[in-house]
Design a binder for this molecule. Structure first.
Ligand code: PMP
Length: 415
């Protein structure tokens, strides 16, 4: 990585041309190049090690997206890779689960005060949809409430783009604004006796929006409302889980959900999701049909155990918080000395930055694009992620690049 020359992406462009011929859009979903700054990012990566990633043109980046969350310890963390190697040498996908199925469930239950049992799947969307099914089975009700614009996955009830989804699938989902407890009470009152679940992320982390931590009393208020109305409280901890608190992201508030959804960081990049629940919900969980061909895969479970144990042993949560704070302080100081108005939001381990007077995110696109062309992988409008592999040296090296990117924003847009 160097700040002296700007990266080019001819290898990515050639692969993209091939991809467009045989794959709709070439690359679709959250990894689509249309979400990044066109011409300033690679489209294909080849390799990762610690907090560094390399693209198909050989360009090196300090990674602040962590594969959109999963990489929590670092790419190819030796302890996780060793656990994977050992399990891979035995078997992964079989007729029946392996002993890892039980061992990982025991580990998750032991670290999660809110949970008495666990189920497994592969993707966050599997588990958020599962949680609503369990809540509906438990309550005998059909409606659910979610925060407006919150992301809970790609299934029909929650996909951000409704194209191709029958309206009826979404009609049972009612919305409120994150942090608006009175508004939430109102929605519950309007649907009294009909709401099975409130599904909520631990803090607001919508795309194209400053992140919002819960207001004082909000998590407690949601919990009390659920208790009063017999509604199942589902915490969608898919994005924040294992980065803020190993016991669950609302544990610091003393608020325990009925069901918790995990995926992303649970196995440092190996495909795994988990749904955790309170004893009272066990009969409902047992009453539904829930399965997937690959869900009991033992390799990802071995990776999950190694990830969680390593996070605990090596103080990964504290490291991510400290390095996220170092990044935040450095960015604040740079923007301030250049007279650029910015807002940094969310917890330090899941940072995000927006610019003042930038409703269309144009400044963000220039900033993130210029950083990418100099070897720092940020995102213009999605929150970033820290990993435990970030060191002070990495942060300082990244800050040398963001300073250049800020100067270009200043030259192009003023303050
Ligand atoms: N919930 C939240 C909060 C998420 O951030 C995501 C993924 N970005 C999901 C659910 C869906 O997870 P997946 O992409 O693994 O289906």
């Amino acid at each position: 990585m160097t700040t002296a020359h700007l990266y080019t992406f001819t290898g990515s462009e050639a692969l993209m041309a091939r991809a467009r011929k045989v794959i709709p859009s070439g690359i679709y979903g959250h990894q689509s190049p249309s979400f990044l700054t066109l011409g300033s990012y690679p489209s294909f990566l080849t390799r990762g090690e610690g907090c560094r990633i390399w693209d198909v043109d050989g360009n090196e980046y300090i990674d602040f997206m962590c594969s959109y969350g999963p990489i929590v310890l670092g790419h190819r963390h030796p302890k996780v890779e060793e656990a994977v190697r050992v399990q891979q040498a035995r078997v992964d996908c079989q007729n029946l689960p392996s002993e890892k199925w039980v061992e990982l469930a025991e580990l998750l239950v032991s670290i999660t005060p809110a949970a008495d049992w666990t189920v497994f799947a592969k993707n966050g969307s599997d588990i958020t949809t599962w949680a609503l099914t369990v809540a509906r089975a438990h309550t005998g009700r059909e409606k659910v409430i979610a925060a407006a614009n919150a992301y809970h996955g790609t299934h029909g009830w929650c996909a951000p783009n409704p194209t191709g989804i029958p309206a009826g699938e979404r009609a049972l989902v009612k919305n409120f604004q994150f942090n608006d407890l009175e508004g939430l009470k109102q929605v519950v009152a309007e649907n009294k006796g009909e709401v099975a679940a409130i599904i909520i992320s631990p803090f607001r982390h919508d795309f194209f929006h400053d992140q919002e931590m819960p207001d004082p009393g909000f998590p407690e208020g949601v919990r009390a409302l659920c208790d009063q109305e017999g509604i199942v409280l589902v915490l969608d901890d898919v994005r924040a889980g294992f980065r803020l608190n190993l016991g669950g992201s609302w544990e610091p508030y003393g608020v325990r959900p009925d069901l918790t959804c995990y995926s992303k960081a649970i196995a440092n990049g190996y495909p795994l999701a988990a749904g955790l629940g309170r004893e009272e919900l066990r009969p409902a969980a047992e009453s539904i049909f829930f399965t997937g061909t690959f869900w009991a895969g033992a390799v990802a479970m071995a990776a999950g155990m190694a990830t969680i144990n390593t996070l605990r042993e090596e103080g990964g949560i504290e490291q991510m918080r400290a390095m996220g704070q170092r990044l935040r302080d450095g960015l604040e100081q740079q923007a301030c000395s250049l007279g650029i108005s910015i807002t940094q939001s969310g917890p330090p381990a899941i940072p995000f930055l927006t610019f003042g007077n930038d409703a269309t995110f144009e400044k963000s696109r220039v900033f993130a694009g210029e950083a990418a062309r100099r070897g720092v992988f940020l995102h213009p409008h999605h929150n970033w992620f820290m990993m435990a592999a970030h060191t002070e040296r990495d942060i300082d090296q990244a800050l040398a690049v963001t300073e250049e990117a800020f100067k270009i924003v200043k030259a192009q847009f003023g303050g």
